[in-house]
Write a protein that binds this ligand. Structure first.
Ligand SMILES: *[C@@H]1O[C@H](CO)[C@@H](O)[C@H](O)[C@H]1NC(C)=O
Ligand SMILES: *[C@@H]1O[C@H](CO)[C@@H](O)[C@H](O)[C@H]1NC(C)=O
Ligand SMILES: *[C@@H]1O[C@H](CO)[C@@H](O)[C@H](O)[C@H]1NC(C)=O
Ligand SMILES: *[C@@H]1O[C@H](CO)[C@@H](O)[C@H](O)[C@H]1NC(C)=O
Ligand SMILES: *[C@@H]1O[C@H](CO)[C@@H](O)[C@H](O)[C@H]1NC(C)=O
Ligand SMILES: *[C@@H]1O[C@H](CO)[C@@H](O)[C@H](O)[C@H]1NC(C)=O
Ligand SMILES: *[C@@H]1O[C@H](CO)[C@@H](O)[C@H](O)[C@H]1NC(C)=O
Ligand SMILES: *[C@@H]1O[C@H](CO)[C@@H](O)[C@H](O)[C@H]1NC(C)=O
Ligand SMILES: *[C@@H]1O[C@H](CO)[C@@H](O)[C@H](O)[C@H]1NC(C)=O
Ligand SMILES: *[C@@H]1O[C@H](CO)[C@@H](O)[C@H](O)[C@H]1NC(C)=O
Ligand SMILES: *[C@@H]1O[C@H](CO)[C@@H](O)[C@H](O)[C@H]1NC(C)=O
Length: 778
């Protein structure tokens, strides 16, 4: 239903495909009803699920799932409540005016314009005109409106899109270059595994066509369903990748093509036909995972009633805006010890955090000088302390082992906890400036009133970090809920590093751009006593109790960062510091089968996301707890804050999934045009293509990076590392420890086999406490 102009970037093939399926449903349902007693597609799904009682996640054919979900009826009044219900939260999205009218270079190289408010109005018109055939068609329009912004912090997934089914294809792919120089081609990953570990004579044939269309065109189009903005990063995310697989259910697993990450919410058609370059053609049945009980579901109506109207009375989010809900403060309740998540293709680590969020590795033989800090996440669950400890332990171990060079691999990194990004930078460069950009957010009625009330309340008690020893529980709660908030002007400092003098001083508005108002520029006060409340409990190295950390472990020219483009949110804050301040070079991997340089940082560059539930709790807390009188509460309720008392949008969202807006923009220091970093294109220093070896052994990536940076042997197909390449790696005398490590690495590599590589790693955020204040969830 959405106008094709906005979706100019979306593949025509899919609208055709969806159109066809809709037509066939319309034609076939009455026929089926007469032909078989079980009746509808939903009844068939329900029966199929019942027959798989032993299976944790039952599956049905994609077509049957699609026929079932599209048979859920469209409910006009419910749809109207939903499109109107999102409005108060959309207002918080920092960059709608920029999305509508982006800089030319962004529109040309990254993504085209999206008019959020105009498109929402179109959807509303279609609802009012009852143009939607079924609930799914409406839900998909709403989901794709947010997704099409390619701002990974802007996400709302209606129940009809994510509650019942996740779609998948049974064939994860990879995209690799034959020799590291030729443009990459797509392969079936199990072919590459067979070739790597099966027998020496097997040669995988590249995929020439998918469903009859040119493979690379098909895949570039499919890539657009992802959440990143950069098209080469999106392309990488289509495929099986060791770094994403190592994150297990909180990553984008085996790639969007096979139904991980954002691929899980898009119907891939009934089948997928691959035509290989050798002329062979093969058709695979696509499938859907059934995520919920369908007991009692007999048709679209009963499916609608059971899963698409929200729970009878959902637990209202607590009106206490504890910073835990957004900032990842470890909860007091003990969590069960997590089981290690497999990291296929990763060598034995020197040290690794149990969720694989961060790990340190050494390379062997000629590469014995090189240490690798692999950082696929900045932690979106409760593990901030473990992350920090792992980073610190590894850097110390690398220095102790005499390592001279450091590769930081942030592939798959969707961010997590903002202050962990600052902390890792400060661990590497303790004496560099502590910021490279400033932040701001939309200045409008809601943010203004919150700021006035929070700032007023925070002035009535001391700004103190309360801990076990100086415990005053009341004061602890006040500091956690009120004082540490961004809506207290005493949090953050201004662009010059000075304290704000009042809320009005922080709020501004500082700047009007494209018709929207923004606050004055601000940045973190890393010396603030309340830092642990905003960091999941850590202090930043160089500040507070960690002020004595001053020794830089590696020179900037001995550090290089490599990414697959999937570097979002906190990862982009870290990268801005690394590039702008420390001058560290960035290498991008893979990308579309096109010549030229690509971006290394391809995910959302907004510097803070807020969950809609958190926004709601802020507003409700202000109205009901920060009022001085009953009358004042009524007055506050009559402002825009009164718009946050309805729970409907939460009831109609996919269970257990993130619901976010991008709250703060990052503005590069000294960028007098004040363009949010999200809209700034920035080429990598060097682009390296994936090879088959790199898709089964991550050390093949790290060795290519080391060669190109210090080994005088460039794998860059575009860009170059300038002076770096003259700084050759020394071939050092191997120590006893080096020799032991080499032996272990050779044994590890020799023992690898195809069965080590799971082909079923899917994104699943249900039952996870989603935390993190700078994170793009897959
Ligand atoms: C009954 O109809 C459903 C819905 O189209 C179909 O999937 C199923 O295979 C049919 N069952 C039989 C026994 O024909
Ligand atoms: C449609 O949604 C409204 C809520 O807006 C609800 O009251 C009504 O029962 C729904 N209709 C059906 C047929 O489910
Ligand atoms: C070797 O490859 C051939 C051709 O694909 C296959 O038929 C055979 O089973 C493979 N052998 C082993 C040991 O994997
Ligand atoms: C062609 O290549 C595909 C994909 O590697 C492979 O599965 C198939 O066996 C090959 N066909 C022939 C005839 O070699
Ligand atoms: C928030 O953190 C405090 C300690 O700072 C803890 O007592 C409280 O239970 C936490 N709340 C939630 C919802 O985790
Ligand atoms: C508690 O806080 C005080 C200052 O607020 C600090 O001196 C002390 O080290 C802290 N104790 C612990 C256990 O964190
Ligand atoms: C705890 O802090 C609150 C708020 O500042 C204060 O009113 C109260 O007197 C304190 N209690 C103690 C025992 O210090
Ligand atoms: C922006 O701020 C100015 C000055 O406070 C105000 O007059 C104007 O109405 C605001 N514009 C918007 C779109 O909020
Ligand atoms: C930063 O925080 C500290 C501790 O809360 C405070 O004393 C200081 O005034 C703040 N601002 C600056 C600019 O340091
Ligand atoms: C604040 O408003 C609430 C109602 O929203 C009321 O129950 C409460 O008594 C008010 N607080 C004060 C201090 O008046
Ligand atoms: C911005 O300009 C100031 C003043 O010239 C300078 O100190 C600072 O380093 C610059 N920031 C960056 C990121 O270059």
């Amino acid at each position: 239903m959405r106008s094709s102009s906005v979706f100019a970037t979306m593949p025509r093939i899919f609208s055709t495909l969806v159109g066809l399926s809709l037509a066939s449903v319309a034609l076939s349902s009455p026929l089926h009803a007469r032909q078989n007693g079980t009746g509808t597609a939903c009844a068939a799904v329900s029966a199929a699920v019942a027959s798989q009682s032993a299976v944790a996640t039952p599956t049905v054919s994609a077509k049957l799932a699609y026929d079932c979900i599209t048979s859920a009826p469209f409910n006009q009044s419910a749809a109207l409540a939903l499109v109107d219900g999102v409005v108060p939260y959309f207002k918080w999205q920092s960059n709608t005016v920029w999305l509508k009218d982006p800089p030319e270079e962004y529109a040309e190289k990254v993504q085209s314009a999206v008019d959020i408010w105009g498109e929402l109005e179109e959807i509303r018109k279609n609802v009012v005109a009852a143009k939607y055939e079924n609930e799914y068609e409406f839900g998909l329009d709403l989901y794709l409106l947010l997704q099409s912004t390619h701002d990974g912090h802007f996400v709302y997934v209606p129940d009809v899109i994510g509650n019942v089914f996740n779609f998948a294809r049974p064939i994860p792919l990879v995209s690799v270059s034959a020799d590291g120089k030729e443009l990459p081609k797509a392969y079936v990953y199990s072919d590459v595994l067979a070739e790597s570990f099966g027998n020496a004579t097997f040669t995988a044939s590249a995929i020439a066509k998918i469903d009859g269309l040119d493979a690379k065109e098909y895949l570039e189009n499919w890539a657009q369903y992802g959440s990143l903005q950069d098209r080469d990063a999106l392309y990488n995310n289509v495929f099986y990748e060791l770094a994403t697989v190592s994150l297990g259910p909180v990553g984008s697993g085996i790639g969007t093509f096979a139904g991980s990450g954002r691929g899980r919410w898009i119907y891939p058609g009934a089948t997928t036909e691959l035509t290989f370059e050798n002329g062979t053609s093969r058709t695979y049945d696509n499938y859907a995972k059934v995520l919920v009980s369908l007991v009692g579901v007999a048709d679209g109506e009963s499916l609608y009633k059971k899963w698409l109207t929200g729970p009878p009375s959902t637990a209202t989010p607590s009106p206490t805006p504890s910073s835990n809900s957004t900032s990842a403060v470890p909860s007091a309740t003990p969590t069960p010890t997590p089981r290690p998540i497999p990291a296929p293709g990763y060598p034995p680590p020197v040290v690794r955090e149990i969720h694989n969020f961060i790990g340190g590795y050494f390379l062997e033989d000629d590469y014995s000088d090189v240490a690798i800090l692999s950082v696929p996440s900045f932690v979106g669950i409760n593990a901030q302390k473990e992350f920090q400890d792992t980073a610190k332990t590894f850097l110390a171990a690398a220095k102790a082992a005499g390592k001279k060079k450091l590769i930081v691999d942030v592939s798959a990194n969707g961010g997590g906890t903002i202050l962990l990004g600052y902390d890792l930078y400060k661990l590497l460069f303790p004496n560099e400036v502590d910021h490279a950009a400033t932040d701001r957010f939309r200045a409008f009625e809601s943010t203004d009133i919150l700021g006035q009330k929070f700032s007023e309340a925070a002035g009535t008690f001391p700004r103190t970090f309360v801990n076990e020893t100086n415990g005053n529980e009341t004061l602890a709660i006040l500091n956690d809920n009120i004082a540490s908030s961004v809506f207290n002007y005493r949090s953050d400092v201004d662009a010059q590093g000075k304290n704000f003098e009042s809320w009005a001083d922080k709020f501004g508005p500082g700047l009007q751009q494209k018709g929207d108002n923004f606050t004055n520029l601000q940045r973190w006060n890393l010396s603030d006593v309340l830092i642990p409340l905003n960091s999941g409990g850590i202090y930043v190295h160089g500040y507070g109790p960690l002020a004595d950390y001053t020794e830089q472990p590696f020179a900037a020219e001995d550090v290089v960062v490599v990414t697959d483009g999937y570097c979002a949110s906190t990862c982009t804050i870290f990268s801005e510091l690394m590039r702008q301040r420390a001058g560290v070079k960035y290498i991008s991997l893979g990308g579309r089968p096109r010549e030229g340089i690509t971006q290394a940082v391809g995910g959302v560059k907004g510097t803070n996301n807020l969950p809609w539930t958190y926004i709601q709790s802020l507003a409700q807390f202000t109205v009901t707890e920060l009022n001085n009188t009953v009358e004042e509460s009524a007055q506050l309720r009559s402002t825009e804050l009164g718009d946050y008392f309805d729970d409907y949008v939460f009831q109609r969202a996919t269970i257990g999934n993130a619901i976010n807006i991008n709250f703060r923009d990052g503005i590069r220091d000294n960028d007098t045009s004040n363009v949010p970093l999200q809209f700034v294109y920035e080429a990598a220093d060097c682009r390296i293509l994936y090879t088959k070896a790199m898709t089964v052994d991550v050390t093949a990536i790290w060795k290519a990076v080391a060669d190109s940076t210090w080994g005088g042997k460039s794998h860059c197909v575009a860009g170059d590392l300038g002076g770096y390449a003259t700084n050759k790696m020394v071939k050092r005398e191997l120590t006893v420890q080096d020799k032991v490590l080499s032996k272990r690495m050779h044994a590890w590599r020799r023992d690898l086999s195809a069965k080590d590589y799971p082909l079923d790693v899917f994104t699943d955020l249900r039952d996870r406490k989603l935390q993190g204040d700078g994170i793009m969830w897959p």
